[in-house]
Ligand binder design. Structure first.
Ligand code: COA
Length: 254
């Protein structure tokens, strides 16, 4: 069974995280599938809207830690960076349906979506500091821009989860629905968009984002350089080792 399900219907490409036994954590192979799909959606006239979704109990636990340790992303063309560039530059509407935990990139990818719907069990977190890392996906710009510096510092420096209600208050999500309904609700919204004139959707999105696109792409590159370096450093090694060994990390000497 593939870990990323892909389905196109009525102009909507739906991408579903399908790795429940590992909490939908994302391996390099999954990033490659996601990047391929979004790049394909960009050029395929049959696709007018893309929707990314998970399961009613979990959106995604973020990067697969074991895969990250064994195959750290290196270089511009690493699948994770290809995926980030694909969603950051995607010209058609991009939607997400989130239920349960959305960790790390599970949350930061949402800042590249146009509409986000969440179950009332959604828990968003960006625990990069707790993992000895730094923000990725342009989040070091996009999070403070959306939330203001103090709330962004709570999310990015403390790394604590925040729930759907708080996410709606800061503008990260559009609507909270029961977890069992979030995927179908988002699908219905995606279909409504897919029935609209694509040229108007694309032009409107382009105009909404035009002031910042180049800056975001540059920040994704800058963050990737720091993230890649920090992944090899002692703090991340300790954090990831602790996760694998199911113990608390000890940063007292780092
Ligand atoms: N990478 C690799 N494996 C992961 C994972 C990740 N990011 N997140 C969860 N898993 C695995 C666990 O190791 C466990 O595997 P096992 O059954 O072989 O022991 C399985 O998924 C279930 O995880 P568990 O922690 O028992 O589930 P939970 O429901 O108690 O908690 C989360 C769910 C998402 C809150 C928790 O798994 C978590 O915090 N994961 C790490 C998130 C993270 O730090 N991501 C990295 C961001 S860069």
């Amino acid at each position: 069974m593939t870990d990323i399900l892909q389905h196109i219907d009525q102009g909507v490409m739906t991408l579903t995280f399908n790795r429940l036994d590992k909490k939908n954590s994302i391996t390099a192979a999954m990033y490659a599938s996601l990047a391929d799909a979004v790049e394909h959606a960009q050029t395929n006239a049959e696709v007018r809207v893309v929707l990314i979704q998970g399961h009613e109990t979990i959106f995604s636990a973020g990067n697969d830690i074991a895969d990250f340790l064994n195959h750290p992303p290196s270089g511009h063309d690493a699948p994770v960076f290809r995926f980030l560039r694909a969603i950051a530059g995607f010209s058609k509407p991009l939607l997400a349906a989130v239920a349960g935990p959305a960790v790390g990139i599970g949350t930061t990818l949402l800042f590249h979506c146009d509409l986000v719907y969440a179950g009332d069990n959604a828990a968003f977190s960006m625990p990069f500091v707790n993992l000895g890392l730094c923000p990725e996906a342009g989040s070091s710009i996009l999070v403070p821009q959306m939330m203001g510096h103090h709330r962004a510092a709570e999310a990015l420096l403390m790394g604590e989860p925040f729930m759907a209600e708080a996410a709606q208050e800061v503008g990260l999500i559009n609507r909270v629905v029961p977890p069992t309904e979030v995927n179908s609700y988002a699908q219905a919204q995606a279909r409504k968009l897919a029935a609209k004139p694509l040229s108007s959707l694309v032009e409107t999105k382009r105009l909404m984002k035009s002031g910042q696109s180049a800056q975001i792409m540059a920040q994704i590159e800058a963050e990737a350089a720091s993230f890649g370096r920090m992944l090899q450093e002692p703090a991340a090694r300790e954090a990831f080792g602790a996760f694998m060994e199911k113990r608390r990390p000890d940063f007292s000497k780092l």
